[in-house]
Design a protein around this ligand. Structure first.
Ligand code: ZN
Ligand code: ZN
Length: 322
């Protein structure tokens, strides 16, 4: 297949002195390169997932690496036949991933980074616990074999779960993992702060593990935050772990319910998809606002009124072409 687009996933914990000024400048730069996606900027760094033409993404990566603050960014690069986003959002927030752990600086102390191959080599040892620090909707589609998962809907609930983990696994080596590595920076640092002694993190997350270790023993698909919803990472021993919301057969076909009021995001098998015309239940199938089903279960969000320069101070830059 011809894949002229790249999808980049990256983060960097690095001090950014004036996040608002940087945001404006960075937003403009992304527009210039016709990039789409989501970038979050804060005093502690930046977190992004974007798509664009391969050449444009290469220019973006080169420019970032030329800035000493971002020289160490490890970009995870995937290829696609189209953009993975419909819009560009560049925003400032108090944290680049919402954890409530503002006091933690992963540059000062964090779990030891493991390259995908080192992780693969360590994960099945007796004295090791593999800990998934992601949310329930993510690991329900895919996770490492024998991973410990947490009953959380959002990463900000992670700190509350650490007491339980301490009771069970205090003396074990903990190997944390997440999608691209960013959550582990703070999660593993927090575990150290809470008294765990031997804490490691999968560098580059599941995505890099798929690229460099064939995704071995990752069961199911990896949930991602773009139009692809979930991607394959395991080319060694792939399996399906999720089940159809309607009939219970194994399925990793993630869809949104065609009833926009419900919009439930669950696996629904191909057959049930057609049977219920894209809805998650017969009630939703009959809903007056139900959207037409095209077999994908993906519904483009309304672009009406979308302005790529939203929140951008136009007075300062009059040379921007929209
Ligand atoms: Zn089904
Ligand atoms: Zn529904």
């Amino acid at each position: 297949m011809n894949n002229p687009y790249s999808i980049l996933l990256y983060y960097c914990y690095t001090p950014i002195e004036d996040p608002e000024a940087f945001r404006e400048q960075h937003h403009l730069f992304c527009l210039e390169l016709n990039l789409l996606g989501r970038i979050i900027i804060s005093k502690e760094g930046l977190n992004g997932t974007i798509s664009g033409l391969k050449e444009d993404c290469e220019k973006y990566m080169a420019a970032m690496h030329a800035d000493p603050r971002f020289a160490k960014i490890d970009f995870k690069v995937d290829y696609s036949d189209k953009h993975a986003f419909a819009k560009l959002h560049v925003r400032t927030k108090s944290e680049i991933v919402h954890s409530g752990l503002l006091h933690i600086d992963p540059n000062a102390r964090t779990g030891k980074h493991l390259a995908p191959k080192e992780f693969k080599e360590m994960k099945d040892r007796e004295d090791v616990v593999v800990l998934d620090v992601r949310s329930d909707y993510e690991y329900s589609v895919g996770r490492f074999k024998n991973a410990v998962t947490l009953d959380i809907e959002n990463f900000r609930e992670f700190p509350e779960k650490v007491e339980e983990l301490k009771e069970k696994y205090k003396d074990k080596k903990i190997l944390t993992y997440c999608t691209g590595g960013i959550k582990c920076e703070k999660a593993s640092a927090f575990l150290l702060e809470q008294g765990f002694e031997d804490v490691y993190q999968l560098h580059g997350g599941i995505i890099k593990y798929g690229m460099e270790a064939g995704g071995e023993d990752f069961e199911g698909k990896c949930y991602v935050f773009d139009n692809r919803v979930a991607v394959d990472v395991n080319t060694v021993n792939p399996t399906v772990i999720s089940t159809c919301h309607v009939c219970g057969t194994k399925s990793d076909r993630m869809v949104n319910c065609a009833n926009p009021v419900c919009n439930l995001h669950v696996p629904i098998c191909e057959a049930c998809g057609w049977e219920l015309d894209g809805a998650c239940s017969s009630e939703c199938k009959e809903h007056p606002e139900k959207r037409p089903y095209d077999g994908t279960g993906y519904y483009q969000k309304e672009l009406n009124g979308y302005n790529p320069l939203k929140g951008f101070n136009r007075k300062k830059k009059t040379d921007v072409q929209v």
